[in-house]
Design a protein around this ligand. Sequence first.
Ligand code: F6P
Length: 359
Amino acid sequence: MKIGILTGGGDCPGLNAVIRGAVKAADRRGWEVFGINDGFDGLIGEPRCELLTLRRVGDILARGGTILGTSNRGNPFSFPVKRDGKVELMDVSEQVVANCRRLGLDALIAVGGDGTLKIGKRLIELGVPVVGVPKTIDNDLRGTDVTFGYTTAVEIVTEALDRLQTTAESHHRLIVVEVMGRNAGWIALESGLAGGANVILIPEIPFDLEKVNEFLRKRRQDGRAFSIMVVAEGAYPLSGTTVVQASAQENFGIVRLGGIGNVVARQISEATGIESRVVVLGHVQRGGSPCSFDRILSSRFGVHAIRLIERGEFGKMVALNGRSVVAIDIDQAVAQLNLVDPEGDLVAAAEELGISLGR
Ligand code: F6P
């Protein structure tokens, strides 16, 4: 058997561990694995790929990023092509199908988030046998208890919050920490809980800034002159919208969020007189080594993807269910985003701990 593997969308810690897991499990079966470069881009035009030997994947378990490269622009069903000096979005999926045949691939493992898995699903309809592996630091995919990369991102933010506590306290400041997560508040909420944040703003709970101001004034009156606020990049006020850095038109079809941290810090300082500073953690949250949980989960996902291929279970995605790795339909994972439940136990616990969620 010849298996293709690609990593699509934004990178995330654990991708290399998935690749290593799949190559090792395939090797035990006498199968070959070809790594496709830069997501689906590597199957458009002249195919770009490499044979992944045990030696090639030997030292990548703890390495961040992806040895294959990735792209969050290469959607073959809507691919930017230059024509007469203008960029047009065209369906070039037939090139992907033809290249899979040309390379003699018996199956393709697509490791990615919502976007990559949706493309994988459409390719199955065109006859490419795809299995999915869910990845994203945002943890916004349904059907799996958690995606790999997420726990590492939460660890990184938590460490940053621990460090920021001491400087905020020394200067009696409000420090606003803006974190990633797109339209899901998981990273903000769980790192905020772990890092002892005083205010956490998430997209699932549009915030009332006056309530946040009241909360911070009260903390001051009670003798706690510093505060830490974690704000998800997708958070927005009750009477407003998300802050974007680039529109979908400017950014290859994907809205780039960012900037809410600066907006709220300025407004709070103006309203309360509290001195504030803003830290935007950005891509630090995606870089570097996966934590041990993510190394194990990614390795198990890579191995399980090979098992699914062995059983002919295409159109499925590996997923964590409790302590077991299982298979679910890709459709189930991409139908809806996995968002924080504003009335759920996690949010309730945060509020009982005295954290303001701006409502
Ligand atoms: O989906 C992962 C993610 O890191 C989001 O949290 C963030 O909004 C986005 O990707 C950033 O994308 P880019 O790498 O294109 O700046």
